[in-house]
Design a protein around this ligand. Structure first.
Ligand SMILES: [Fe+2]
Length: 398
């Protein structure tokens, strides 16, 4: 029974003792501690209850990524931000730079943070083990690819072999670029690991499948699975764990055949986009689960290439070993890629900067349970029958 006769001073002392021994654990432990206090000392106030539910220890804040919370300096609005798509960004496009473990909120949407930077979350031996695999996966030239907005070149109509114009569109090839674009994109490459959803491209129907780059050995995919699990754990334990839950639930409704996994189970990711030494122009990521969140890491010794969110005049500086959780459905792009000493690299001598963007590709839960069944499903379709209304493109990751 509560000691109802406590004086104001006695209650303050009891509260002080209670806080000193407070179990900064999960919700159940917090509610248990609150119940125990109320049993002994009478009801907590609404403010005290709120504090008990939302106060975190320094170690928990470090894990959640909210040890420091910043508010983005402004919101120029979605319309103005979208006008920047395809343009190159630099230090004129941001005022706030996040360069430590912390979270940036926007002035207009407290529900979804703009980004959370978690410093030093990936062990060095794992980074070293996956480096050659990511390098190998990022094998397609960005010039001539299908990510013209993120390339900053726009999309042009492709020519057929005979010189006629085709219906296909893509970023111009290196030889057709301006000197400035050539300099920036000469070394830029991209690629994907994992799986793609059904899609239609150039009138051709593609089933759910292994991504374009299928040269990863089982041992290499296992290592990428360990990296995926490592970043997924950081995501799961972060302030945006509700986003992890939504993504993990979607993954749980998907055949494990299409998920990046380890021997211990699956991750919430179907696909990893790998970029190499690519300073992206302003763009928005497409094709990933809207309820999810961008999960990004990078490898390499370089300076620059900070990720700018011009709508909120905010940039994030993440480096090898860090995990960046970001709202990639906001316009974003990189500042120039620089040498480790901050100098401008010579053309063709850009430092290697490898980026991995982990995501759940939309509609992968519609894939059949095995690759064989998926191919049968596609082949069974009657000629002309619509496969789906939209395309699932993995465009412009990072
Ligand atoms: Fe992106």
């Amino acid at each position: 029974m509560p000691q109802r006769s406590l004086t104001k001073e006695q209650r303050a002392e009891a509260l002080q003792r209670w806080w000193a021994a407070f179990p900064y654990g999960d919700m159940g432990q917090r509610l248990g501690a609150m119940h125990k206090f109320e049993e002994q000392h009478g009801p907590l106030t609404e403010d005290e209850k709120r504090a008990a539910l939302y106060r975190f220890s320094p170690a928990q804040k470090e894990q959640l990524g909210n040890s420091k919370v910043f508010e983005a300096p402004t919101d120029i609005g979605e319309k103005e931000a979208l006008k920047l798509c395809g343009q190159l960004l630099d230090d004129r496009h941001y005022d706030l730079l996040l360069n430590e473990t912390g979270m940036v909120e926007t002035p207009t949407n407290y529900e979804v943070p703009l980004g959370i930077l978690l410093k030093n979350r990936i062990p060095q031996d794992l980074l070293d083990a996956v480096r050659p695999i990511v390098r190998k996966a990022a094998r397609r030239k960005v010039a001539g690819g299908n990510r013209g907005v993120a390339a900053g070149t726009g999309m042009v109509q492709r020519k057929k072999r005979g010189g006629q114009m085709s219906n296909m569109r893509g970023a111009p090839h290196l030889e057709d670029l301006s000197d400035e674009d050539f300099t920036r994109l000469r070394s830029a490459k991209d690629g994907t690991l994992g799986f793609n959803a059904r899609s239609v491209r150039g009138g051709q129907v593609y089933p759910c499948r292994v991504t374009h780059y299928s040269g990863a050995l089982p041992r290499e995919m296992a290592l990428m699975g360990v990296l995926a699990k490592t970043v997924a754990e950081a995501f799961k334990n972060s302030w945006v764990q509700d986003r992890w839950e939504a993504q993990f639930e979607k993954a749980s409704q998907t055949s494990p055949v299409w998920l990046i996994r380890t021997s211990e189970g699956h991750t919430p990711f179907t696909t990893v986009t790998c970029n190499k030494s690519w300073r992206t122009a302003a763009h928005i990521d497409k094709g990933d689960l809207k309820e999810g969140f961008g999960v990004i890491c990078c490898l390499g010794d370089f300076e620059g290439c900070d990720l700018v969110f011009p709508r909120y005049r905010t940039a994030v500086r993440y480096q090898e070993g860090d995990v960046l959780l970001a709202n990639v459905h906001e316009v974003h792009g990189n500042t120039p890629l620089l040498n480790p000493d901050g100098s401008v690299p010579k053309v063709g001598r850009e430092p290697e900067r490898l980026v991995c963007v982990f995501y759940y590709q939309e509609r992968m839960d519609e894939c059949e349970s095995t690759m064989e069944k998926e191919h049968k499903f596609i082949n069974r379709r009657e000629r002309g029958q619509a496969m789906r209304k939209g395309k699932a493109k993995a465009a412009g990751k990072e």
